[in-house]
Design a protein around this ligand. Structure first.
Ligand code: NDP
Length: 604
């Protein structure tokens, strides 16, 4: 059947565009709910064991210490490591890093579930490759190799001796008379710091669904970011031998589930996968690093490859595609929604229509792939995603879909509603109780909640105001880094900054920028900096005025953490606050701002 597009001159489409639009709207509306982020349970109190660190020996203790440093970095993930490395390269020595995990790695320290793998080209994703002399073993590498690289950065730049692990900041308070921050930790430390760099990961704090009965389950439970290998056996590469006699439920079907489900399916006596919304799943197509290619790499190759990937995935055409994978193909097809090239005679409406058609085609192809792989018709139908590809994080896997052909694996499709109830022994949906020994929550991380809730710590600026209060109605910064009334404090992260699908790119560029700003402040022999209220207000206005297209796109999407769980009238989605011009335009802007003498930053 063919269907005519809206314009009389347009060639007929091979699918019914109105029917697809209606289906997407119907599936989205089924999932919208008034409670938004409030549907999730905070992992405190009775739930706090879900965030215990399973990777360290219990019982660690040390005496609290009092010290004074020039730069304090909060967080030892790639952001903190990049900041540390750039500062060391710029000649700074008086640096302290505080990290709540037992080692460096951030998300890769915590997320060690079986199959954990970076779904972005490793030659792009991993930071500081040329500086550390390392080349990843495969195009898409597993979590242990990534964490190994985090450790390599720590060793190369002497960051281990500057780190306090298993230490969580509880409060940061600005001391006006001394122009310093006083930072207190759960280990009794009192650290005074001239400058603080706060690196709050966006996907840091696990969240649990507020399913009735969740705390009454008497079997074993854990979250994917705290995988219990003592219970399952095996490691990040699978072989979960202790599950052979266990019935396991995995709740959630986002990126983490797509990667761990094949291993659980292979090992468990029975696996029930509870699905609320299916992910889109494209080919993985991994490959080992070709030694001939490795030898051919000329100095500067890493930054060139990153710039190429980031430009393409921001919708900026390039003469060549150096990475050539599912991401660059998807964004090429669907059209970057951060920036749409002006080199065309089409009107904005015509471009939007072309982009929508390409998106429908891509999703039709992904739905057809499910029909080809999954044998049971009802299961195949239930696994099909009905939304635009970038409404949710696209995923890539060659072994997730075939898992549903196994006799010991059952998909329980909750049709957008989620699990109804958990009893002492079972997960219940539609009055059917699925008895299980273990529940794995693959239910993601807090995104739209307050900074204090996500970090477990308070930042108190001048006049005793907390940063959470200051940002209660949305972030307020200059360039995403600096906030008025919170002097000498840098934020690293995605808010009001340049955002890319490869998180480590903006993080590294931020680290270089911060090292340069601190260097300039030191050169001027200044003691403190702070954005003016006016510069901050103007930046917030710039961000909001440029985020329109992204917010409009997300408005029509099925709920998730990209769009504040479908609550579009409030800010909170992970990309709500992104700089609309894309990361490269953003970093060109802040580099020029530095060259212009950093206007809007009061330095004294
Ligand atoms: P997500 O937030 O992506 O997924 C959570 C899942 O839990 C969703 O499928 C959600 O359904 C489901 N869920 C929530 N509540 C219920 C309920 N009551 N009943 C049933 N299901 C429920 O978390 P992930 O940990 O999978 O991924 C988080 C992010 O981490 C990714 O988006 C990605 O950015 C990153 N990541 C990156 C990787 C990489 O390769 N670099 C690998 C893994 C993760 P619904 O969709 O309906 O809300």
């Amino acid at each position: 059947m063919s269907h005519r597009a809206a314009s009389v001159d347009a060639p007929p489409l091979e699918f019914d565009i109105e029917a697809l639009r209606a289906r997407y709207a119907e599936e989205r509306d089924k999932r919208r709910r008034p409670d938004g982020n409030a549907q999730y349970v905070e992992v405190t109190g009775d739930f706090s064991h879900y965030v215990d660190d399973p990777y360290v020996e219990p019982g660690f203790s040390r005496a609290g210490m009092a010290e004074e440093v020039e730069v304090l970095i909060l967080g030892g993930g790639f952001a903190g490591l990049s900041a540390g490395a750039q500062l060391v390269m710029a000649g700074f020595k008086d640096i302290r890093i505080v990290e709540k995990g037992g080692d460096f790695g951030g998300v890769w320290y915590w997320n060690r579930y079986p199959g954990a793998q970076c779904d972005t080209d490793a030659y792009v994703y991993l930071p500081l490759l040329e500086e550390t002399g390392y080349l990843p073993t495969q195009k898409y590498i597993f979590g242990d190799e990534i964490q190994g690289h985090a450790q390599r950065i720590g060793r190369t730049f002497g960051l281990y001796e500057r780190a306090l692990f298993q230490t969580q900041v509880k409060e940061m308070r600005w001391i006006e008379a001394e122009s310093k921050w006083l930072v207190s930790t759960d280990r009794g430390d009192a650290i005074k710091a001239h400058f603080v760099i706060q690196t709050v990961g966006v996907l840091d704090r696990p969240k649990l669904p507020g399913i009735p009965g969740i705390n009454g389950f008497r079997g074993h439970t854990f979250h994917t970011s705290r995988w219990d290998y003592g219970y399952t056996g095996g490691d990040i590469h699978g072989n979960l031998s202790k599950l052979a006699d266990k019935r396991v439920a995995v709740i959630g079907t986002g990126c983490s589930a797509i990667q761990c489900v094949p291993h659980v399916g292979e090992a468990a006596k029975h696996l029930y996968v509870f699905q609320r919304t299916p992910s889109s799943i494209d080919l993985r197509n991994n490959s080992y690093t070709d030694p001939t290619w490795a030898k051919s790499l000329a100095p500067g190759w890493h930054q060139r490859r990153r710039e190429n990937f980031v430009a393409l995935t921001s919708g900026i055409p390039q003469p060549e595609d150096l990475v050539n994978d599912g991401w660059t193909e998807a964004v090429r097809n669907v059209g970057g929604f951060f920036a749409i090239s002006g080199e065309t005679n089409l009107s904005a409406d015509q471009i939007a229509r072309q982009v929508e058609i390409a998106d429908f085609r891509k999703m039709n192809q992904l739905r057809a792939r499910i029909d080809e792989i999954v044998k049971d018709r009802k299961t195949a139908e239930a696994l099909k995603p009905w939304y635009r590809q970038f409404c949710k994080r696209p995923t890539f896997s060659d072994n997730y879909l075939p898992t549903f052909n196994r006799p010991n694996v059952t998909l329980v499709d909750t049709k957008g509603r989620g699990v109804d109830r958990i009893t002492e022994t079972a997960v219940v949906f539609d009055d059917v109780a699925y008895d299980v020994d273990c529940i794995v929550f693959a239910t993601g991380f807090e995104v739209g909640t307050s900074l204090a809730r996500r970090t477990g710590s308070q930042t108190i600026g001048r006049d005793g105001k907390s940063l959470s209060q200051e940002w209660a109605h949305g972030m307020r910064t200059l360039h995403g880094f600096y906030t008025h009334d919170f002097p000498n404090l840098f934020q690293m992260g995605l808010g009001q900054n340049g955002v890319s699908y490869v998180f480590t790119y903006p993080i590294d560029e931020q680290a270089k920028h911060i090292a340069a700003v601190i260097g300039e402040i030191r050169r001027r022999r200044a003691n403190r900096f702070e954005p003016t209220a006016q510069a901050e207000a103007e930046w917030v206005k710039t961000i909001r005025s440029m985020s329109g297209p992204t917010r409009e796109f997300q408005r029509d999407c099925t709920p998730g953490y990209y769009n504040n769980e479908g609550k579009r009238d409030e800010l909170g989605g992970v990309i709500d606050e992104a700089f609309g011009g894309g990361p490269q335009e953003f970093f060109a802007l802040v580099n020029k701002w530095r060259a212009d003498g950093m206007p809007g930053l009061a330095i004294s």
